[in-house]
Design a protein around this ligand. Structure first.
Ligand code: HDE
Length: 713
């Protein structure tokens, strides 16, 4: 499968790829090794000898295998793919890869969580990174994006504070990969500018079902510059073809125990199975002269541009079609940088972006250990690199000749500067006038109106989840003043939200005329205190996951619960239907020993009940047959069967009972439901198979969550 997706980058990587098949073992110097079992000793039972260069080389290399993990976004997964342009953007940018329709650009994408260490769980409540390296014909362009369109802070100088607050607390290094602790909320409750981002972080966007079901956002306004020098501000979007979907928070916590690699595995398996994840690449374009047309500042990274004001134009497709060959060499060593741009793309003066432009090269020097990190195969441009930079640790390139300076005559003046018409990069000329000041623009001071816009755009169940998340997180905060201060912030977003959270935390809502601690000591703090402003855009459909794609079951995992004697004919029919639409069917049984159907066929289970959990499936089918109605009958498994189904039920998944399994259904909480629930399907309905497909595509019946959890009847 892998070789089917060759492109210029993969071809380049293959020159650096080794294959051990059929080869003899060697040292790093190429010497063939005769014994890899024993070290060299003075006598059979004597001490090992210092002379043993084979042992020394092996152990020394092992001792140095680890490199520092990324200071943020340490936990990640990557894949290769391709970007294809469907609509030319030549009117707006001269970037070649955005000009030539049908041109394919190789890409490498890395998804990540932010706060956890390299070995932490995928299902933490967190922002997800979505970095895309485009290997263009004009050099590398990196889109270092997140799955949330806004950020916590407005100025890069606050980033170390933010990260220190969210990371494990410094005295005991607890908790891992979680924002539910004192230091994070202490900081946030004193940073009104974070409020909009907090709404997103507490929403289900922060617990995706899959990396393949997340949006990507460039966050900052960037600039597009066309051949004539005309400038547009641009916000970049990636919209998943499978829609944007999440898991439930209680589910996320269980997945973290059952399969902490859930997202990594999901991405890997989807690609191995040929279910290539796809995103539409979209842009919101704003002519430079319209910069000030909005009731927020385009340079403020805590604001989004509502799609109602500027529609997203979909212009390309990003497809991931190849897993890496080696995690460390590719996914760990890949080095992204928002400053890697090509002609036709430029930076805005967003003060968060400006700080990032310094940080990303700097961090690679610590992490990858050398200014030559661009020579690591995954980081190499597919265009050749010519300059007078020389030497440094681990230099790969062998630059010929005596000349390593410019201007020179000895090298014929080479390498020479490129004219703009030949693709030479020139920064967009921008007139800047101003005093040297350490201050925040007054246009950045509204911190609540878009937080309100986001909250008001959520469906009822999304609001409930968001409220529950706030209660969960703030319940883990042990300092009452922090809880109180945070509830005071929420009151600026929505009074009911604040009241609900406050009552469940046992604190009062006090609209605190809070000193804004995020302003400098000498500033007139009142002038920088965010006022309660009504958002100009009151509702934005694109902000709610309830309005996302719900017409495909592609790559959803459906657990078939089967016991000896189940009905093969109806099971096979359903499998054919589900797999025909891209669903992934997995068998769950008493144990992993083969299960025999009524007509004597053997089915090999993928999981035993005790080795998996319902949280790892999108939907369940109880195979038809009277024995299925008994549940799994191994000692101890019968109750587990009922628990398994009940848990899927509580998490609002589609559950389908095959013929003659009513008895089992009646043992579960489903029997207590008073209303018809489209997520519970019985074989006596002639359209049962179709209804099951619809219910899976719908992702979850969140509307029935309260009733399914016994909170509403
Ligand atoms: Fe990053 N960020 N960041 N960031 N960021 C890093 O670079 C930083 C910010 C993002 O898959 C680091 O190579 C500063 C916003 C992603 O390898 C580091 C500031 C957004 C990734 C760094 C920000 C991001 C990183 C750590 C505020 C969304 C993972 C390792 C001024 C648009 C890249 C590394 C990967 C990684 C610094 C804010 C996205 C330390 C100083 C806003 C997706 O350089």
């Amino acid at each position: 499968m892998k070789n089917e997706h060759l492109n210029e980058k993969i071809d380049q990587l293959q020159h650096a790829t080794t294959d051990n098949s059929g080869e003899m073992l060697t040292t790093n110097q190429g010497l063939k090794i005769n014994n890899n079992q024993d070290s060299l000793k003075a006598g059979e039972r004597g001490p090992s000898l210092l002379e043993d260069f084979i042992l020394r080389e092996k152990i020394t290399h092992f001792d140095h295998e680890r490199i520092p993990e990324r200071v943020v976004h340490a936990r990640g997964s990557g894949a290769h793919g391709v970007f294809k342009l469907n609509k030319s953007l030549a009117e707006y940018t001269k970037a070649k890869f955005l000009n030539n329709v049908d041109e394919e650009t190789p890409v490498f994408v890395r998804f990540s969580t932010v706060a956890g260490s390299r070995g932490s769980t995928d299902l933490a409540r967190d922002v997800r990174g979505f970095s895309v390296k485009f290997y263009t014909q004009e050099g590398i362009y990196d889109l270092v994006a997140n799955n949330i369109p806004v950020f916590f802070i407005q100025d890069a100088i606050k980033f170390p504070d933010l990260v220190h607050a969210v990371k494990p607390e410094p005295d005991n290094e607890i908790p891992q990969a979680s924002s539910a602790h004192n230091t994070f909320w202490d900081f946030i409750s004193l940073m009104p500018e974070s409020t909009h981002m907090i709404m997103w972080l507490m929403s289900d966007r922060a617990i995706p079902r899959s990396y393949r079901m997340m949006e990507g956002f460039g966050v900052h306004s960037f600039k597009f510059v066309n051949e004539e020098g005309k400038v547009h501000f641009v916000k970049i979007h990636l919209k998943p073809r499978l829609g944007v979907h999440s898991v439930a928070w209680p589910e996320a916590q269980k997945i973290s125990g059952n399969d902490p690699d859930f997202h990594r595995r999901d991405l890997w398996e989807a690609i191995e199975n040929g279910a290539f994840p796809e995103w539409d690449f979209g842009v919101q374009l704003i002519p430079e002269e319209n910069e000030h047309d909005f009731d927020f500042d385009l340079l403020d990274p805590t604001k989004l541009v509502p799609e109602e004001l500027v529609p997203v134009q979909l212009v390309g497709t990003l497809t991931l079609n190849r897993n890496p060959d080696n995690f460390f060499a590719e996914t760990e060593q890949v080095a992204f940088h928002p400053g890697h741009i090509v002609p036709g793309i430029d930076f805005s003066n967003d003060p968060l972006l400006q700080g990032r432009l310094f940080s990303y090269t700097d961090t690679q020097l610590t992490r990858l250990g050398s200014p030559n990190f661009h020579e690591i195969p995954i980081n190499r441009s597919i265009t050749t690199v010519h300059n007078n930079q020389r030497d440094g640790h681990m230099r790969q390139q062998i630059a010929k000749g005596k000349v390593s300076y410019e201007p020179n005559s000895m090298g014929g003046g080479c390498p020479f500067q490129a004219m703009m018409k030949d693709g030479g990069f020139a920064s967009q000329e921008e007139r800047i006038e101003g005093h040297k000041v350490r201050t925040r623009s007054a246009s950045f001071v509204d911190h609540y109106s878009q937080a309100k816009l986001f909250f008001n755009s959520q469906s009822t169940f999304e609001k409930t989840h968001l409220q529950n998340a706030l209660v969960f997180e703030l319940s883990k905060v042990t300092i009452p003043e922090i809880r109180e201060r945070m509830v005071g912030q929420l009151a600026f977003v929505d009074k009911d939200l604040a009241n609900d959270v406050a009552s469940r935390l046992g604190v009062e809502v006090k609209i605190l005329n809070q000193p804004n601690q995020s302003v400098p000591a000498d500033a007139d703090s009142a002038s920088l205190q965010s006022k309660e402003i009504e958002p100009a855009t009151k509702f934005s459909k694109a902000l709610s996951m309830a309005n996302t794609v719900k017409d495909t079951i592609e790559s959803r995992v459906i657990g078939f619960m089967m016991t000896d004697g189940f009905d093969a004919a109806s099971t096979d029919r359903l499998i054919e239907k589900l797999e025909g639409q891209g669903g992934v069917v997995q068998y769950i049984a008493d144990s992993v020993a083969p299960v025999k159907s009524s007509d004597g066929q053997a089915y090999i289970p993928d999981h035993a009940l005790s080795t998996t959990s319902s949280v790892c499936f999108d939907a369940l089918y109880v195979c038809a047959g009277e024995k299925s109605a008994e549940g799994f009958t191994r000692p101890g498994n019968k109750n587990m069967t009922v628990d398994f189904i009940n848990e899927a039920f509580r998490h609002c998944k589609a559950i389908y009972f095959g013929e003659n399994t009513e008895k089992l259904k009646n043992l579960t909480d489903i029997a207590l439901m008073k209303h018809d629930d489209p997520g519970v399907i019985s074989a006596d309905n002639p359209d049962a198979n179709d209804l099951f497909v619809d219910a899976i595509a719908n992702h979850r019946v969140w509307e029935f969550e309260k009733e399914r959890n016994g909170m509403e009847g």
